[in-house]
Write a protein that binds this ligand. Structure first.
Ligand code: FES
Ligand code: FES
Length: 134
């Protein structure tokens, strides 16, 4: 079986490979999915966004910047999946409770602790609310 990361998208992490950890999350036609559960033919013709597609080193997405700026990253293995999961909240600016329930839903982090991660998402949400969501 070939994974997205085998095709060069190394930001898509390989974790449990059972749909439990969220390390492999991507947006598939705008929906956050665990890519380890999707076969290639199921994604044929779909728009796929990985965390690297959300911003660049020169112009990081507010989520990427907030994770780095607020200490929400330790080993970083969970971060790409968390950014994708948080991004799905952007239909409306997330509140702190909705960030806790939906923004990090299905994503396991073994090192940072979710307090910093929720803070990072809220910082990004405030920036996005001030400047328009993307
Ligand atoms: S590797 Fe896909 S959910 Fe864990
Ligand atoms: S920062 Fe290490 S698993 Fe989340």
């Amino acid at each position: 079986m070939r994974r997205l990361r085998d095709l060069g998208y190394t930001e898509v992490k390989c974790g449990c490979e059972k749909g439990d950890c969220g390390a492999c999350a991507v947006l598939l036609n705008g929906e956050a999915i665990n890519s380890c559960l999707v076969l290639a033919w199921q994604a044929d013709g779909a728009d796929i966004l990985t965390s690297s597609g959300t911003g660049t080193a020169e112009q990081p997405h507010p989520l990427q910047a907030a994770f780095a700026d607020t200490g929400a990253i330790q080993c970083g293995y969970c971060t790409p999946g968390l950014i994708i999961s948080a991004k799905r909240c952007w239909i409306a600016p997330p509140t702190r409770p909705s960030t806790r329930s939906r923004g990090v839903e299905g994503n396991l982090c073994r090192c940072t602790g979710y307090g910093h991660i929720v803070n990072a998402i809220q910082v990004a949400a405030e920036k996005l609310a001030a400047g328009g969501a993307r």
